[in-house]
Design a protein around this ligand. Structure first.
Ligand SMILES: [Zn+2]
Length: 61
C-alpha cells in the first residue's frame, strides 16, 4: 500500500514537472534551456557579458 502511494506521488511529481515545463519554459534552469545568444549592444554590436551597459552608452534590456 505504501509503495503504491509513493508511486502515485512520483507520478504526480513528473506530471507537475512536465506541465510546468510546458507552461513556463523560461523558468527552466539555464543548462536545460536552448542555447541563447549573449546580449549584444544594439548600437555597436559588441557582446555585453556580465554588464548591462556598453561603452558606447547604449543600454540593453
Ligand atoms: Zn555599444
Amino acid at each position: 500500500m505504501l509503495f503504491k502511494i509513493i508511486l502515485v506521488f512520483l507520478g504526480l511529481m513528473v506530471l507537475v514537472a512536465l506541465i510546468g515545463r510546458a507552461l513556463f519554459p523560461s523558468a527552466l534552469p539555464r543548462v536545460m534551456r536552448k542555447r541563447t545568444t549573449p546580449p549584444v549592444c544594439a548600437k555597436c554590436g559588441r557582446y555585453l557579458i556580465g554588464r548591462k551597459t556598453c561603452d558606447c552608452g547604449d543600454k540593453t534590456k
